[in-house]
Design a protein around this ligand. Sequence first.
Ligand code: ANZ
Ligand code: ZN
Length: 830
Amino acid sequence: MQEKYNHKEIEAKWQKEWQKQNLYKTSDTLIGKKVYVLDMFPYPSGDGLHVGHPKGYIATDIYSRMKKMQGYNILHPMGWDAFGLPAENYAIKNKIHPKIAVEKNIKRFKEQLEKIGFSYDWNREVNTTDSEYYKWTQWIFLKMLEKGLAYESYEPINWCPSCQTGLANEDLENGVCERCGSVVEKRSMRQWVLKITDYADRLLADLYELNWSEYIKESQRNWIGRSYGAEIEFKIEFENGDKTRIFTVFTTRADTLYGVTSLLISPEHLWITLALDENHKGVLKNADEVRKYVEESKKKTEIERTDAKKEKTGVKIEGVWAVNPATGENIPIFVADYVLANYATGVVMSVPAHDNRDFEFAKKYNLPIKEVISGGNISSGAYIGEGILVNSGEFDEMKSEEAREKITEKFGKKVTKYKLRDWVFSRQRYWGEPIPIIHCKKCGVVPVPEKDLPVRLPEVGHYEPTGTGESPLANITEWVNTTCPKCDGKAKRETNTMPQWAGSSWYYLRYIDPKNSEKLVDKDKEKYWSPVDLYVGGAEHATRHLIYARFWHKFLFDIGVVNYKEPFTRLQSVGLILAQDGKKMSKRFGNVINPDDIVETWGADSLRLYEMFMGPFADTIAWKTDNMIGVRRFLERIWNYISIWQKNRESDLKDKDSFYKSSDKLNPEIDSELNKNIKKVGQDIEDMKFNTAISSLMIFSNLINKPLPTGFNQITPITDRQLDDFLKILAPFAPHMTEELWHQLGHKNSIHLEKWPEFDESKIREDNVIIIVQINGKVRANFEAKLGITENEVKEKASSLPEIQKWIVNKEIKKIIFIQNKVINFVIVI
Ligand code: ANZ
Ligand code: ZN
C-alpha cells in the first residue's frame, strides 16, 4: 500500500473503472424496493459550474449510494434544462448559435461533474432541447388544448422591453423582470395561456400530504392566494343625469358593509378608460386630473403600489357617486392605485374603521371613519379583528363571523377568488419549443397532428428578438408557410415558442423511460419508479417550477399518463454557497471558485466532505478554501491509519493469540463508538444532516488514531470487520478513497455494492457525565446526565435539586456560568 494518499491517481483510476463496469446503471427489472432520487437539473450556462452548484448533487449522491447499499433499486439521473432566455442571451452575446453554445456548455458541465465522482446513470440523460424530448413537451400542450386547458387570449400581459418578450406573473420579481431587472410594461397581445387556475384548489389541497418544508408550502399557498369572500353590487349615479350603472366589489369582510364610506376604483379599470374617452366627455367633471393620476400610476410597479409603508394616494372623481346598498347613503368614488386592476373586480369598498390602508386613505382625504365592529379603538387606527356589530341596523349585536354570512345573503353573493393567474405560455423568442399549432384562414386554429410531432425548431442564422412582439420565427417564411392539416389549404405556423419552464415541468418522468419513442413514459415503469422520493434543489423554485410541475403532473394524472397525483413526495432545499467575500458567487463579482481547481489541489473526496461539513445543509454559508485542510487531514489520517494497521496486522497474525484472529478481543469502547456511528451516520444521511454525520465519523477516526499503551504500534487496533464497517459508512462521502482502501485490504468487488452495515443497539453504551452544580463558585451538588446535555436542560435539572433550591429560591440570579458536560455555577446575590 502506498505511504501517501494520492487523490489524483486514485480518483482518475476509479472513475474510469466504475464507468467501465457500468456500476451505476439503473436496473430495468421493476421488482423490489426502489428509491428515486432527483436533482433539479441545471441549465448549462456558459460560465460552467462553480462550487455552489454541486452542493445539492453531492447530497443526493451520498443519499443514493447509501440507499443502494441498503438494497434499494436506485434511479438517480441527470440532464439539462437548456431552452430559454439564459441560454439564448448567452448565445446572442457571444455570437454563437444557441444550439452550438448549449452543446459546448453541456460538454463542459458534464466533464466538471464527472470529476466529482457522481453516481449518475448517464444512460438516462435528458436534454430539453433535443427534439425527441420536446416532441413530448409539445404533445402535452396538444393534450391540454384538446381538454380546453390551453387557449388564446388578448389580455394585457407583462412585457419586458429589454428581453423583448411577454412574461408570466411568475417571471416577475417585485414587479420587474426576474432575468434582467427591467421594469415590465403591460401590453395587449395575442398569447397562448394555460388554465392553471382550474387546478388551484387541488394544488392547495394536496400540499397537505407532501413532506416539504412549511416555508415552501406556505409560499405556494400565498402564490395561489385563495380568499373566500363576497361580491356586492353598488349603484353608481351621475350628476349629469347619465343612466345609473353598477359596480361590483369583492370583499372578504362583508360584515363591514355599513362602514363603507367610499368606493375605490383601479386606474386601469375599463370604466375609467372609457369615461376618459372623447365620447364620454362631461361624465367626469375633473377628467384632466383623473387622466394625470392614471398616467402617473402606470409608472409605478405593483410592489410600489401595494407596499404597506408607501403613502396611499387617489383622486376623487367629481360628478359621480355611489350608493351604499345597506345604508342608502351617497358615498364618493376615488380612483386609487392601491387597488389592482387584475385582482378580483378591480373595485374596492373602503372601510376606514377596519382596514389599515383605508384608514390611512380616509385620514388623508378627510373621509368619515365609521365604526361598525366593536372591540378596538378607532381613534388610534383601524380595528381589523373580529367583534360585535354596531351602527349596522338590523345586524347590530351580531358576531362579525355570523354577520358576514347574513350580510352576504342579503346584499351579495359568496365567491372565491385566487391570486393565481392563468399561465401566460407564449414567448416571442427563438430558443424554445415551437408551439405545435397551425393557423388557417379557413379552419382557424388547427393543432399539429400527433404523427407530425415534433415540430422542429428551424435552424437559422438570425434569432435575435424582433422587438415587434413577434417571434424571430415569423421571419422564416419557408418554415412559417405550411399547409393546413384539415383542409390542405395554405396556412401558417404559430411562431411563438414555449417558456423556459415548459421542459422542466415534466422532465423527471422522462428519466424513467428516456428512449421510448411510442409514449411519453411506459405505464409500468412509471408506476414502479414514481413518485420521486427525494427531490433536492434551490428554494428559489418554491413557486414557479414547483407549481408548474405539480400542475402538469396533475393534468397527466387526469389523462391517465401517470399513476400518482403528486410528483415529488419529499423536497429538500439546498442552502446557497456564497463566495469567500460573503457575496453571491458570480462572474460579475470575480469571486467564483471553480470546483475543478479544488478537485485538482485537494481531491474530489475532500471537496465532497467539505461541502457537506460546512454547516446545516439548508443554510447559506460562505466558502473558505482555507478550511479544506480540515477534511483533507481527516482523510489522510484514515489513510495513514490503515497503512499502519495493515503492517501491524501482518506481524501480529504470526502470533497464535493474534488480536485480529479473535473477535472477543473487541475493545468495548470502540465497538460502542462504531455501532453508534453506524446508527447515527445512517440516520443523519436519511435526515440530510450531513455535517453531523461527518463529525461523528471524525470522532471515530480520532478514537482509533490514539496510540494504545498495549504494545501495539502507534494506533488503536480494530478488527477486520470493524474496519470494513467503518469504510462502508464512509464510502458514500468519500467514494474514491474508500474504494481504493477497500481493494488494498484485499476485497475484489466494489465497496459501493456492499451491504450497509447493521448496528447492534445493545453494544451502544450511553455516555454519561457528571455535572457539578456550584453556588457562587462553591460545589453544592452534582448529578449524572447524558453527554452533550444543553445549558437549558442543565439549568432546569440543577435548579430542581433540593440542595440547590434552598440557595436560589427568591434570590436574584445575577449570572450563570456553564461549561458543557462539566459545571454550572449560579452567581446569586446573598
Ligand atoms: C372591504 C374590507 C373591509 C376589506 C375590511 C378588508 C377589510 P384578499 O384576502 O387579498 O383577497 N381588495 C379587493 N379587491 C382588491 C383589488 N383589486 N386590489 C386591492 N385590494 C383589493 O383581500 C381581499 C380584500 O382586499 C377585500 O376585502 C378588499 O378590501 C381588498 F375591514 O373589502 B376588503
Ligand atoms: Zn384549414
